[in-house]
Design a protein around this ligand. Sequence first.
Ligand SMILES: C[S@@+](CC[C@H](N)C(=O)[O-])C[C@H]1O[C@@H](n2cnc3c(N)ncnc32)[C@H](O)[C@@H]1O
Length: 247
Amino acid sequence: MSAAVRADHTAAPGAVGGGSLPTGADKVVMVRSMFDAIAPRYDLVNRVMTFGLDNRWRRRTVRALGLPPGSTVLDVACGTGDLSRIAAKQGMRVVGLDLSFGMLRAAPSGPVLVEADALALPVADGAVDGVTCGFALRNVVDLPATLREMARVLRPGGRLALLEVDEPAGPLLRLGHRIWFERAVPMIGALLSDADAYRYLPRSVAYLPPPEKLRAVVRAAGFSTVGRRPFGGGAAQLLTATREAQR
Ligand SMILES: C[S@@+](CC[C@H](N)C(=O)[O-])C[C@H]1O[C@@H](n2cnc3c(N)ncnc32)[C@H](O)[C@@H]1O
């Protein structure tokens, strides 16, 4: 188990399987309780549904920061800490933060992980060299505000690397991906973990802006040189950016 630091709050359970997607405070409660519930088998399901590629993508995400060893990196929405541990292995000084204490508690030992909301990071302005965030943009209630908060804690010239799910561009790959993501993944999730949570996963993609809009939201938060590249034939995407000196 990791050195997880718990915040003071109470979370109520919420429905995740069907119906309209939650927003605002309902979404916070639902997301926290869903990740608390699936935490024990979260890593296993990730490995299965990405054919073991997810940690390769995380390694490339940390490398894409382009920061030297010893740099301070905040891993926002760290979950069970895969990205945090990979960044630490690459020589970074890492702290992970997540809304779900269940996810933090399920993490193997590694960097310090703290229960905190991405919308109110307990970190001083300009205090870190890099921010990573893996597969979590869909889960926050206010994406522009979350990105502004990441910009706030980064020093000018600091680096951002966001790993997210995506959909392949070509029609054939997209069809195969849809069958896998929308049919097979919920079945695998039901078998290994929680049916509702893994029905919610493909539906939650609707929260993500399309690529150009997403880049624009990153830029508007105070970043420049916003780059985007596909992973896994387009099943995932990496966005990188540099914190502007002036906003
Ligand atoms: C799909 S998991 C990704 C976890 C991890 N980054 C990874 O690469 O596996 C999404 C995570 O985002 C967290 N999360 C969602 N909203 C959050 C918020 N507002 N602040 C912090 N963490 C949040 C969830 O608790 C969950 O652990």
